[in-house]
Write a protein that binds this ligand. Structure first.
Ligand code: ADP
Ligand code: MG
Ligand code: MG
Ligand code: MG
Length: 399
């Protein structure tokens, strides 16, 4: 068994030579650490032609963006690798391929997606990938259906729950999504100009009661193996291609959480668009985001329903009409989780570039206020939204 040590660039090259599965591993000569995330080391490994060929990702025993004062389990590397491997089994076209991982070193080797771009950056620039929303819907339908009780034998399902017990990463979500924004907390961060809007979150019993229900669902609804952090910065896109990465928050939780995180990030982009593109160009970008949300949900629901008709193993769950009932509940959950994503990315610890990189301060504050108001509204009306047209109508209403 290897022992944990933090990789240098040279370690990463040697590791990629050994486990990258390349025909000419000796051609791998160089590595650059490119991690831009909050948590981990990511090395891009180059060959003698300066071509990047493979990626080595290693978990650090603490939160990278905070430092050693916030320790964090190395087991997340196993959870990330195993979640991606499981999702790849069910949806290889939209999941990054993991080539190797080592639990003790908390390291994995994966395919290099340097010919793709992170979706968030493209969304911010207004670059449209016409297939992306549908492909994300397809990814969510396949990964979530095939890891749910619709498909798995009850014994296999319970083994899956046990395999993906992820208490420390779940606790981060439990705190950052559902607690911090609704209380005074040193981790929160937002401009003083929106103080009153944030104070109103703390002073809204109906909102906090709805958030309690979302958190309770996140705690207890073991519906399927979630990605757990499927925001637009965990998604690579290229012409006609979409790949999910970065699944270290993977655990068996409520399906609406993944769907809602995906929708919530499209809505964060929607809220930030006037600040990024100017008010005139933002109108078209916003219409496109609403179309994206419609396509994402419609594809997800159509595919999930079709899989339920052809591949449901449990006789009771195969009862005609049940999957439609279930998906109504998933949409309501997703609307609530999308609302909580809007709020926590506006006032909590971890922000998104869609709002953070708006240079005009007044405009940024207006966009942040919009995200908070829309988030609040969605959390409060989630239970009444049972089709995606209704969701789009509601989003327009709060614009
Ligand atoms: P973290 O868990 O620290 O957020 P990520 O998995 O999101 O790390 O990776 C951080 C960055 O590294 C990504 O935003 C991307 O730029 C780059 N990256 C990660 N995986 C790959 C890959 N397979 N191919 C190319 N670049 C990658
Ligand atoms: Mg990341
Ligand atoms: Mg805590
Ligand atoms: Mg990550």
């Amino acid at each position: 068994m290897s022992q944990y040590r933090t990789f240098t660039a040279a370690d990463a090259v040697a590791y990629a030579q050994q486990f990258g599965g390349l025909d000419n591993p000796d051609e791998l000569v160089d590595a650059r650490e490119i991690g831009d995330g909050n948590l981990n080391l990511v090395f891009k490994i180059f060959d003698i032609h300066h071509q990047s060929r493979i990626i080595v990702k290693q978990a650090l025993p603490y939160v990278r963006c905070v430092g050693e004062s916030w320790p964090l389990t190395l087991d997340r590397a196993r959870l990330e690798a195993q979640t991606l491997v499981e999702h790849y089994r069910h949806c290889p076209q939209h999941t990054v391929k993991v080539l190797h991982y080592d639990a003790a070193l908390a390291v994995m080797v994966m395919e290099d997606l340097s010919d793709h771009r992170i979706w968030r950056g493209e969304l911010i620039k207004g670059v449209h990938y016409p297939a992306a929303a549908q492909q994300l819907g397809e990814y969510l339908a396949r990964t979530l259906f095939y890891t749910s009780d619709f498909y798995l034998h009850p014994h296999k399902k319970k083994a899956l729950v046990a395999q993906f017990i992820n208490p420390e990463m779940c606790e981060i979500t439990e705190d950052l999504f559902f607690n911090d924004p609704y209380q005074i907390h040193e981790r929160n961060s937002y401009p003083a100009a929106i103080d009153a809007d944030v104070a109103a979150l703390r002073d809204d019993p109906a909102l906090k009661r709805a958030v309690a229900s979302l958190k309770h669902s996140f705690f207890s609804h073991a519906e399927a193996l979630l990605h757990g952090d499927i925001h637009s910065g965990s998604i690579f896109v290229a012409d006609g291609s979409l790949k999910a990465i970065d699944a270290e928050f993977g655990y068996v939780g409520p399906i609406g959480f993944d769907v809602g995180t995906a929708i919530g990030n499209l809505l964060l982009n929607y809220c930030g668009a006037p600040g990024q593109l100017g008010i005139r160009d933002a109108a078209a970008a916003r219409e496109q985001r609403l179309t994206d949300i419609h396509e994402l949900w419609s594809t997800f629901a159509t595919r999930f329903t079709r899989l339920a008709v052809t591949d449901t193993r449990d006789a009771a769950l195969a009862q005609p009409g049940y999957v439609e009932d279930f998906l109504k509940k998933v949409l309501s959950d997703a609307v609530g989780f999308a609302g909580s994503e809007l709020i926590r990315r506006s006032v909590g610890l971890s922000h998104v570039a869609d709002l953070d990189t708006i240079s005009d301060e007044e405009m940024q504050h207006a966009c942040l206020r919009h995200a908070i108001e829309l988030g609040k509204a969605l959390i409060l009306i989630a239970g009444q939204v049972d089709n995606v047209d209704e969701l789009v109508i509601r989003v327009r209403q709060y614009s």
